[in-house]
Design a protein around this ligand. Structure first.
Ligand SMILES: [Fe+2]
Length: 198
């Protein structure tokens, strides 16, 4: 299997939190819950969805950084032999074939950025990539919430940049895709969103 079991993944996140404490830990836990719940209804592997959601930001173990965390996670997961975790470390940030669209400026090396651009251009996003993108969008550090709330939170914190509207539209499409797969609104699987509208 190219991803760890749940216990190993939880331990890994704990270690990451010791190296770089921060809200990314709670965010990762909430993203994992979203992925797991949707996977159950969408007839996907719920353990795999949970683990990939939990570790999608594992690159943040290296300390405070921006998009660099995607490549850092990719490298770290590969070193562990967890190819599926490596993959979502990169794909969770990139909704489009053009890796530059909808993300802030890359803060790692030019070589890393060039690798990411090639990688994203070559692959087709699979259902787990899309699920983790959705989990990332709904699982805020302070709770699971509707996408619109998270979009505004992120925009207020980091500002707006080119491609953001396209990114938001794409997130709505991904939500619809999973609504169809689940045969219901995914929000009905996430009762927490009702407590998190304030
Ligand atoms: Fe994330």
């Amino acid at each position: 299997m190219s991803y760890p079991d749940r216990q190993t993944a939880e331990h890994e996140l704990l270690l990451g939190g010791r190296l770089n404490p921060g809200k990314w830990i709670e965010h990762s836990q909430n993203a994992a819950l979203v992925c797991e719940r949707i996977a159950c209804m969408a007839e996907m592997d719920a353990d795999k969805a949970y683990v990939l959601g939990l570790l999608h930001d594992i690159g943040r173990r290296i300390g405070f950084c921006g998009e660099k965390h995607t490549y850092a996670g990719y490298e770290y997961a590969l070193s562990k032999g967890w190819d599926d975790v490596a993959r979502v470390s990169l794909t969770h940030s990139h909704l489009f074939k053009d890796a530059a669209l909808g993300v802030s400026e890359y803060d790692g090396t030019a070589e890393e950025w060039s690798f990411i651009k090639d990688y994203i251009a070559k692959i087709e996003l699979n259902d787990y990539d899309l699920l983790v993108q959705l989990g990332d969008a709904l699982g805020a550090a302070d709770g699971i919430c509707i996408m619109e709330k998270r979009f505004v939170d992120v925009a207020l914190r980091y500002g707006v940049f080119p491609g953001m509207l396209e990114k938001w539209r794409r997130f709505f499409e991904i939500k619809e895709y999973f609504d169809k797969k689940c045969g219901c609104s995914i929000y009905s699987l996430l009762p927490e969103v009702k407590d998190n509208l304030g």
